[in-house]
Design a protein around this ligand. Structure first.
Ligand SMILES: C=C1C[C@]23C[C@@]1(O)CC[C@H]2[C@@]12CCC[C@@](C)(C(=O)O1)[C@H]2[C@@H]3C(=O)O
Ligand SMILES: O=C(O)CCC(=O)C(=O)O
Ligand SMILES: [Fe+2]
Length: 348
């Protein structure tokens, strides 16, 4: 079974794009991180005033996983929004709290220490800037740590005598997230009237990655951005956000803030789900703004089929709009074309 690292090793990033800013010693936003004014900037113009923000809470669907009509609720949210907030998901709030605490512990380490586990140019795991950084002319107010498989190797470098708690918490979270992601995928398949047997891979063989995101408090949050607009590449992302910052793009409305709801997780669809569903479940564009006071943390769980398996629009799609390819081939196209990857494989 192919791994994420194998998929990325042939499409390395430039090392200068992997190294995040030394936020520890930065007191003013450097020129390299100041974004020019464009239709997307300054970000503050697009942050809804608090009244609208209140309203926007009821725009993005909030779905109770235990609701009797959960299939319709999820199916409808995926078709119309590509994102929803999920309550009653069964992940203990104490575990989510522990994951956030361990993420903060990691990002609070001295820069020198974090750089000991810097992701290699062609690597998939470790500390570093987001992969999207290599496509941007300006840098992001963000640092990340990616776990795919066991975190032990990197954690034991960060904390030579005390990595067990970090690893236990992350492994436990990954296990619970996997089971939640499978439940969600089955509900989505049900709505699409596709049986699990019609997948080219067994759900039990799905792969995953956990991305710890850190957005340090920023001296001038209006001049920069945490994560620039992007879609996620995998099937779906299940996200915990510690504070406000995530926005999704909605045609006809613009950027809508996804206000954190206590105990809820944000679920958004990625490119691979877009392909499988033949565009019926579109991947959603989103971005992250930063703030002056808080060090924002988010934890994103990405779920995807084995990288050597074939993905294509489900057989029942009358007029497939995407060509068939392996997950690895798609990730390599993404690594070269980023947001244009779906148009590269579009046939209609
Ligand atoms: C599993 C993954 C998805 C991701 C690339 C990665 O290998 C680990 C980091 C993920 C992330 C997080 C920030 C946005 C994003 C586009 C990026 O540059 O790195 C996503 C990647 C993705 O969805 O392709
Ligand atoms: O921090 C967030 O709210 C979103 C993070 C994100 O978009 C990602 O990890 O892909
Ligand atoms: Fe994302």
């Amino acid at each position: 079974m192919g791994t994420l690292s194998e998929a990325y090793k042939d499409v390395p990033m430039r090392l200068k794009h992997v190294i995040p800013l030394d936020f520890e010693s930065t007191k003013v936003v450097p020129e390299s991180h100041i974004w020019p004014e464009t239709e997307n900037f300054p970000l503050s113009d697009h942050i809804l005033p608090s009244d609208d923000n209140e309203k926007s809470k009821s725009w993005i669907p909030v779905i109770d996983l235990m609701a009797p009509n959960v299939v319709e609720l999820i199916g409808h949210a995926c078709e119309t929004w590509g994102v929803f907030q999920l309550t009653n998901h069964g992940i203990p709030s104490s575990l989510i709290h522990d994951v956030e605490f361990q993420a903060r512990r990691l990002f609070s380490l001295p820069t020198k220490q974090k750089l000991k586990v810097l992701r290699s140019a062609g690597g998939a795991t470790g500390y570093g800037a987001a992969r999207m950084a290599q496509f941007l002319t300006k840098y992001l107010w963000h640092e990340g740590f990616t776990i795919a498989g066991s975190p032990v190797e990197h954690a034991s470098v960060l904390w030579p005598h005390d990595h067990k708690t970090f690893c236990d918490v992350m492994e436990n979270y990954q296990k619970m997230m996997k089971s939640l992601a499978h439940q969600l995928l089955l509900l989505m398949l049900k709505w699409l009237e596709v049986s699990e047997d019609e997948l080219n891979w067994k759900l039990s063989m799905s792969q995953d990655a956990l991305q710890l995101n850190s957005f340090p408090a920023c001296p001038d949050p209006k001049s920069t951005i945490g994560l620039a607009p992007h879609t996620d590449s995998m099937l779906m992302t299940v996200l915990h956000q510690s504070h406000e910052g995530l926005q999704i793009f909605r045609d006809g409305i613009g950027w809508v803030t996804v206000s954190p709801i206590e105990g809820a997780l944000v679920v958004n669809l990625g490119n691979l789900m877009d392909i499988l569903s033949n565009g019926k479940f579109p991947s959603i564009q989103h971005r992250v703004f930063v703030n002056q006071i808080r060090h924002r943390i988010s934890v994103a769980y990405f779920c995807f089929p084995p990288t050597d398996s074939q993905v294509a629009p489900f057989a029942k799609s009358e007029c497939p709009i995407y060509s068939s390819l392996t997950v690895k081939e798609f990730l390599q196209i993404r690594a070269k074309h980023m947001e244009d990857a779906l148009s590269v494989i579009r046939i209609k």
